[in-house]
Write a protein that binds this ligand. Structure first.
Ligand SMILES: *[C@@H]1O[C@H](CO)[C@@H](O)[C@H](O)[C@H]1NC(C)=O
Ligand SMILES: *[C@@H]1O[C@H](CO)[C@@H](O)[C@H](O)[C@H]1NC(C)=O
Ligand SMILES: CC(=O)N[C@H]1CO[C@H](CO)[C@@H](O)[C@@H]1O
Length: 483
């Protein structure tokens, strides 16, 4: 068997995502060498899905590395965690300094930070690349978010940008930043996806419960929304889902058990937000909403004990539907503003130089959260790369201000009718908090100083002071505790 260096890139892991990325690379003229631990899988792939292509295979890691042109590029699409470290260990004896290992899986970014440091110390290059768009995206154009060893990018760019999704000819793939930045941005993407889905579900429930609309009618409304500012993949699939019929002609979605699953990337985003001290409230509510949905038996019991309002919606239905679309749009602006706040903070902490306009473009096509709206975010960050907050961009300032009256009415109506809107209403609470120069934390600081001598600052003096509130307080203030 010939072990000539014929391949442009190697790919480990022949599950669907891996296979589809290989076929996508082949479509674009790159020679790919495929490897899987279960080697029969390689032969099966070559004689079936890859038949008639230029794809080659390898039956060992050694053979895989021998078949790669220098600098060698090996991409792993394996389960996040130990498997990634195991494959790296197996690859290293067969690689040379300057060769590139790419982790295209859903790794947690601290692992990617660690791996980049370890491999760079040994003279290798490592890239953690978020890949979004599911099986279809992998096959015909995913959104790709690579970060890690910067020196790897010139070698990877032609391949990654060729196979990624395109919007108006621009690839939805660009260099994200240092070490774990690519996987971090992918994680936030997934968190934002949780938020987008939850907001849509709330709009669906408000209209269903308050206005008594059928799934067919709701499908038509979402189809209409998809022609305007809410135009996005998730609204599009919602339209299709709502009109999908079960065998008996009723809507299939009405038969699906209302308990949500989750794999953890939403939770990771929220944990990182807590670590960063960033108020990413909407994604937090989206994660907790899935948790609440999961305790269905308890909710069934509660539904028999805890009664809510019996009032019915009495306003103008058409106007209300329009306001729900505005509530969704405004909440979405808040969610993305929060997501970019989080990335900005994490970037500062980790020394990443994030390209915000590039991130918006990477999410603009190919991935689950793709939307017209991301084009507006890209425009905002292109105009001002140092933009402190998305809400300060004139386009978004105007958009959120104009949407606010409808948004407020929807949240108020939902509260009066007893319909839960955790994401939509927490987004409004954030908006109102964010636009207040003065919040009641003055009282909170006083409380902390009262019971814990935690000290406070005066508006007219930055020094931390403690007050003897009760006349019984001691001398000591806990000046080390300022959290
Ligand atoms: C600020 O407060 C500290 C502590 O009470 C005090 O020592 C200092 O003189 C004050 N500064 C001004 C400018 O009032
Ligand atoms: C707190 O106030 C009381 C009552 O005025 C006083 O007896 C006590 O000495 C004060 N404590 C300090 C640390 O100043
Ligand atoms: C790394 C690896 O071995 N990946 C895949 C090989 O093929 C099997 C069967 O399709 C997959 O389950 C593995 O994940």
């Amino acid at each position: 068997m010939s072990h000539e260096a014929v391949a442009d890139i190697g790919l480990i892991g022949l599950a669907v995502m891996g296979q589809n990325l290989i076929l996508n690379m082949d479509d674009h003229g790159f020679v790919v060498c495929a490897y899987n631990r279960t080697v029969e899988k390689v032969d099966h792939f070559l004689s079936h899905e890859a038949k008639g292509t230029n794809i080659v295979g390898a039956h060992s890691i050694k053979e895989l590395c021998q078949k790669l042109k220098s600098p060698r590029k090996v991409m792993m699409l394996v389960k996040a965690g130990q498997a990634v470290d195991d494959f790296i260990a197996q690859l290293l004896p067969h690689l040379e300094k300057g060769d590139i290992i790419i982790d295209g899986g859903n790794s947690h970014y601290p692992d990617t930070i660690r791996r980049t440091k370890e491999l760079e110390a040994k003279g290798f290059l490592f890239v953690g690349c978020g890949v979004s768009g599911g099986e279809e995206g992998a096959r015909f154009g995913p959104s790709m978010m690579p970060g890690g060893s910067r020196d790897a990018w010139p070698a990877l760019k032609p391949i990654f940008q060729a196979i990624s999704a395109k919007v108006n000819g621009e690839p939805c793939c660009d260099w994200v930043g240092e070490d774990g930045a690519g996987h971090y941005v992918k994680m936030v993407h997934n968190g934002i996806e949780y938020g987008d889905m939850q907001m849509i579900c709330e709009a669906y429930q408000i209209m269903k419960d308050a206005l008594d609309l059928s799934d067919d009618e709701l499908s038509d409304i979402f189809a209409e929304w998809n022609k305007g500012e809410l135009d996005s993949y998730l609204i599009e699939i919602t339209t299709n889902i709502l009109k999908y019929k079960d065998t008996d002609g009723s809507s299939l979605v009405s038969h699906i058990k209302d308990t949500a699953g989750q794999k953890g990337t939403g939770k990771w985003t929220v944990l990182s937000a807590l670590d960063q001290g960033m108020p990413v409230t909407l994604i937090g509510e989206a994660v907790f909403s899935r948790c609440l949905s999961a305790i269905k038996n308890e909710r069934i019991a509660a539904s028999k004990i805890l009664k809510g309002p019996t009032a019915k919606f009495t306003g103008d239905k058409k106007e209300f539907i329009h306001q729900v679309s505005k509530a969704l749009y405004a909440s979405k602006i808040i969610s993305y503003a929060q997501g970019f706040m989080l990335m900005r903070s994490a970037a500062k902490d980790n020394g990443w130089h994030l390209n915000n306009a590039g991130i918006a473009l990477m999410w603009r096509g190919g991935c689950i959260i793709r939307s017209v709206f991301l084009g507006d975010i890209k425009a905002a960050y292109t105009k001002n790369p140092e933009l402190e907050n998305l809400l300060f961009d004139p386009f978004f300032t105007k958009a959120v201000t104009e949407a606010a009256p409808g948004w407020r009415n929807v949240v108020a109506q939902a509260a009066l009718l007893g319909i839960p809107t955790p994401a939509t209403s927490s987004a409004l609470a954030f908006f109102d908090g964010y636009r207040h120069a003065v919040l009641p934390a003055n009282l909170l600081q006083a409380q902390r100083d009262y019971f814990g001598a935690h000290t406070y600052q005066r508006l007219d003096n930055e020094s931390y002071v403690h007050t003897n509130w009760t006349g019984t307080g001691g001398e000591v203030s806990s000046t080390t505790y300022l959290a």
